[in-house]
Write a protein that binds this ligand. Structure first.
Ligand code: AMP
Length: 299
């Protein structure tokens, strides 16, 4: 079973207190697709401009990511730039240039429309709707978002929540959406907005799942050095969806384990700039860290 992933396919310029790295391969869909590719085949939906380096296309291909749904249009690739503070937790967006995303309307190739696992990675909710409208009968649809869409496209997002199985957001976004400081109170309110499963990401403190079987607290892999956390959230949800797509039987039975695999995949993302580290690891390294996490959380 493959995962269909739509989201941003970007060039990221990232500044940390130690280094600056311009025009890396980035975007929510790129991070999620590479992460998911360790577990299942991936179909990518996105758009890049004519400035998109060929080496990045090769990188997708090396991960066997299906690119039939990736359009290449005249114009500039989506460009995002961000700067981290010394603690590497606080990030400031310096620049967002939509480029070809401004006029992008994804037309799904026929082979994509029957995909059962759909990840609507962070992108304008209107685009997430547009992709969902073209799907036949997906089995499990999960969406991610960011504060920008809560600010400028809240109505579209609220409509989307009613169409989802799962919604993934970080703790500050959960607070922004519900006005609740307490994360569990926020989760309760988000369930009422539609999704059966709510996952709140808490950065280096892991994540919380809430669903019909109650809560699950998913640990983050303990890293003593974070080089660049950009895309960690996307890697987490991408890894989780890739893992779910290959599991048999009810999704509920696999969700917790899939989150742990997503969490570990995200830990590799944090160890290099952009996708530099994630694209160099092997599946066996993910499995090794999952085993370590099992030991760390056993009591
Ligand atoms: P994360 O660190 O998980 O929040 O994801 C960072 C990624 O989100 C970067 O690779 C950016 O290219 C991408 N990104 C930043 N702003 C936007 C936006 N407005 N829409 C879609 N993707 C974005």
């Amino acid at each position: 079973m493959s995962v269909l992933i739509v989201g941003s396919t970007a060039l990221d310029s990232i500044k940390t207190p130690h280094r600056e790295n311009p025009r890396l391969l980035g975007g929510s869909a790129s991070h999620a697709a590479v992460a998911a590719s360790f577990f299942s085949p991936v179909k990518l939906v996105g758009v890049v401009g004519d400035d998109f380096p060929k080496k990045y296309l090769s990188l997708y291909r090396r991960h066997k990511i299906d690119l039939e749904g990736l359009q290449q249009l005249e114009g500039k690739t989506f460009h995002w730039s961000g700067e981290y503070e010394v603690n590497m937790n606080n990030r400031r967006t310096l620049l967002t240039e939509l480029g070809v995303f401004e006029t992008f309307t994804p037309a799904l190739p026929k082979a994509y429309q029957a995909s059962e696992f759909v990840l609507l990675a962070n992108i304008a909710p209107a685009l997430q709707h547009h992709v969902l409208n073209q799907m036949r009968r997906p089995k499990f649809v999960v969406a991610d978002t960011m504060d920008l869409w809560l600010n400028i496209a809240l109505n579209d997002l609220l409509k989307l929540l009613k169409r989802l199985d799962g919604f993934v957001l970080n703790d500050s976004e959960a607070h922004q959406l519900t006005k609740e400081d307490n994360v569990f109170a926020a989760i309760k309110k988000i369930h009422k907005m539609g999704p059966k499963y709510v996952i709140v990401k808490k950065g280096s403190h892991g994540s919380i799942l809430s669903g019909p079987r109650g809560f699950f607290v998913c640990p983050a892999y303990p890293l003593s050095k974070v080089v660049d956390p950009t895309g960690a959230g996307d890697s987490f949800v991408g890894g989780m969806m890739g893992c779910l797509a290959t599991a048999r039987g009810p999704i509920e039975n696999h969700l917790r384990r899939a989150m742990v695999y997503g969490s570990v995949t995200a830990s590799f993302c944090c160890e290099g700039f952009g996708l530099n580290r994630t694209t160099k690891i092997k599946r066996s390294q993910i499995d090794q860290r999952v085993k370590e996490l099992e030991k760390l959380t056993d009591f």
